[in-house]
Each structure stands twice: as structure tokens, then as C-alpha cells.
Design a protein around this ligand. Sequence first.
Ligand code: G6P
Length: 489
Amino acid sequence: YERDDGKPFRQRLLVVANRLPVSAVRKGEDSWSLEISAGGLVSALLGVKEFEARWIGWAGVNVPDEIGQKALTKALAEKRCIPVFLDEEIVHQYYNGYCNNILWPLFHYLGLPQEDRLATTRSFQSQFAAYQKANQMFADVVNEHYEEGDVVWCHDYHLMFLPQCLKNHNSKMKVGWFLHTPFPSSEIHRTLPSRSELLHAVLAADLVGFHTYDYARHFVSACTRILGLEGTPEGVEDQGKLTRVAAFPIGIDSLRFIRALDLPQVQEHIKELQERFKGRKVMLGVDRLDMIKGIPQKILAFEKFLEENAYWRDKVVLLQIAVPTRTDVPEYQKLTSQVHEIVGRINGRFGTLSAVPIHHLDRSLDFQALCALYAITDVALVTSLRDGMNLVSYEFVACQDEKKGVLILSEFAGAAQSLGAGAILVNPWNITEVAAAIAKALNMPSSEREKRHRHNYHYVKTHTAQEWAEIFVSELNDTVVEAQLRTKQ
Ligand code: G6P
């Protein structure tokens, strides 16, 4: 392609994810205010070198009228975003239902919904139909905007059908799919009623990526054991067609965190927090309020630690930031009350008139406040029951070059494979073990903290989100070229 100024256009990258990286608020019939989320993933995906990226996804709001849809589409275009409009019923069945009540818990080893099996079986069918329909709606928007030569990168468990929908329409399209969650053991995946349809749909992609080698291996086993296909060192083969499967561990935009620490506002926050918690060690948890994050287990482990270590009772505080998420799904509502109940009980048990052991916040923090909090923390507790990667652990490490605090990390987070050597690894289900890890972290000599931190800091600084995105996209291009060469031979 040629631009007006005669320079060649860069190759276009269409990123397709359930959610656009914006929060959209309607201000009037035809006006919207947009705030773009400035996360590392967003800058990585929109900033892949040599590519001009567009992001296609749901804006997270219901816009039933045409005037509103047109105005939002126009406003989003300025941010290189293209909306997919989903009505309330689809959101209920596809997003709350099939994605977050079925696939999300299953992929994190929490199983399929147990209660009222008959009702679940019935609604399962309609939720699965809505999932397929929603995926087709995403595909329609991609097809409308696709130009020959574009690279299409589909993301996450919401869009497992998308590669198939896209290839059915245009078999020449370059399609990659990346899963941000774990892919579970094939023995877990095979319990899913639509297990084969989902695997076939993903295999339509040219390149399939996971955070870790284990997840990739589980996916290949599911294809061989459930579909009877052949697994090769490169991926999965179906009647001569190879789908490449590989691990691409994600990172963060580490410099964004490191640089933020020098900002005067962040320094100011740091001073305030240091003053506030003077004389006490700070332990920190930052999680979406999700059952996979193991928040109740973490708080119970902290209680056990206080129980067994009377010396520390008035010398340590746990700050738990629990960001509300998927609040329309009943499981998440139950979790909120459960966590509140446990925090209240422990604060009643160990609190004094002047201080409480747990500060629990049901909200998110802005970026600068978060950086300051990471920087003053002595021990971070990331105790997910399962987690695709867990970037909170990376963010904490990036902000700790001065303090060299300790990271307690679940062995069931993908990050355990990259930061395991520097962290204290724990089984989050074993509350006694986590309590012992807290004691170890608080008593760790500075020479050992320094050594552990060095390892992790180096990793987080060098394995960035930007690099992750660039490697995936270039592998996708190469995979397609290799496949073309193979068919010519
Ligand atoms: C996980 C998923 C993402 C999702 C995010 C927030 O990290 O892998 O795809 O966007 O959670 O969840 P939400 O349901 O609010 O988009």
C-alpha cells in the first residue's frame, strides 16, 4: 500500500479481544467520553514494531440505538478501536454465562458448575449457542475491516471459535490465537460438553500460543486424546494441515513502572505511606476479586501466621486491594461476602483500638498510587489457586529495586516458571505452608533478599510485553510463509 506522502504503509495488525481497552461513558444522545486503559498489554499490542494496529472488541456497554452506536464508533476510531455491539441478552449468555461461569472456572481447575445439574445442562446449551453467535459477531466485524495482507490476532477464552469463523470466510487470512489463562490438563478439558468443537475451532488458526510450555502441552494432549489427531514437536496435525502450537510467556512494560517511581507525585505518595505505616512491615495483595486468586485462603494463612507469631501481631499489616470484577455472576457475589466476613472476623480478633491487621479495599487504585504501594511493600503475597501468568508479581518486582522486598508466589501461577528462582514458592491451598512462608519472608536476611530480587528484576526488565507481542506476530508471519512453502513443494 502507499500513503498520501508516498511512504509504504506498515503491515496492519488486527487485535481481536472480548474487551476494548477503553472505558466508555455516554454523555448525551450522540456523545461519549472515552478513557483508554494505559496498561502494558495495551501499549504492547498497539505498539508492535513495523505494524499498524487496530483493536476490535466489545466496549463493555449496552448501546441499543443506532445514533449511540454511530457516535461511539466514530469516537473509538480516533483511538484505533473498532466496537462489536453485543445486546444485553448475548452479554448475559455469552459473557456472564459461557465465558465466566463455565470456561473460566474450568480452565482454572475449579470444575464445571455443580448445582442443579439439570438446569445447568439446559442453560449450557443456550449459553454455548450464544457463545458461538457472539464469536460470529466478532468475525463479522473483522471481515468488514480486513484488508489483504493483514495479520489477525485473536485473544483469550472468549474467542475460541473465532479462528474457525474467520478461516471459513477466508482461508488465506493469517490468524493467530493466544490464551491468557491456563489451558488445563486434558482430563479436565474432556469434561466439557463442547470439548471437541472448541478444540477444532482453535485449530483453524495458523499459530496457537500459551503462556507456558505446560499449557501448550496440555492443549496438544487434548487434541491427540480427545480428537485422535497427531501431536508433533511443532504442534498438531490434522489431515496434513499443521497448526503450530508454542509458548510465548507475556511480560509487562517494566520501564513504565520503573520511571513512574521518579515522578514527584509518586514520591509524595511513597512518603505518605511510609509515614502511615511507620514501625510496621507492609504485606500487600493486589488481585481482581476472583475465586482463582485465592483471596480467602491468603487471608486465612495470614490469620494462622498471626496466631503462631505473637511477636509480629502489632508489627505487620496486610493491605489487600481487591478489584471488583464480573459482579453480575453469582459466584463472584458470593466471594465478596465471604471475603468481607473473614476480614471482619480476623480484624475483630487481632485488631486493637489503634490499628487493625488487615486493610481490605474493594476497589482499584490509580497507576501512581499503585506504584507507590508496590514500592513501600516488604512482602507481596500472590497466592492464586491457578493463574495464567499473574502480572502483579512482575509489577511488584519492577517497583522494588530500592527496597528489595520478598515475593511469595503460588506455584500454580504461570509466573512461578519465570520468577520461581527469586520468589518463595508456595502451595496456596496449604495454609500452614503459606503462614510459614510469611514468617520466612519477614525474617529474611538482606543479602538473601538482594540475591533473590536481582534474579527477578533482571527477568522482568528484559522480558517485556512489547517483546512478547513482537515475537508472537513475527512467528505468525513465519508460520504462514512456511505453510505456503510446504504446500508448493
Ligand atoms: C483476565 C482475562 C482477560 C480479561 C481480564 C478482566 O485477565 O484473561 O481476558 O479481560 O481477566 O476480566 P473482564 O471479564 O473484566 O474483562
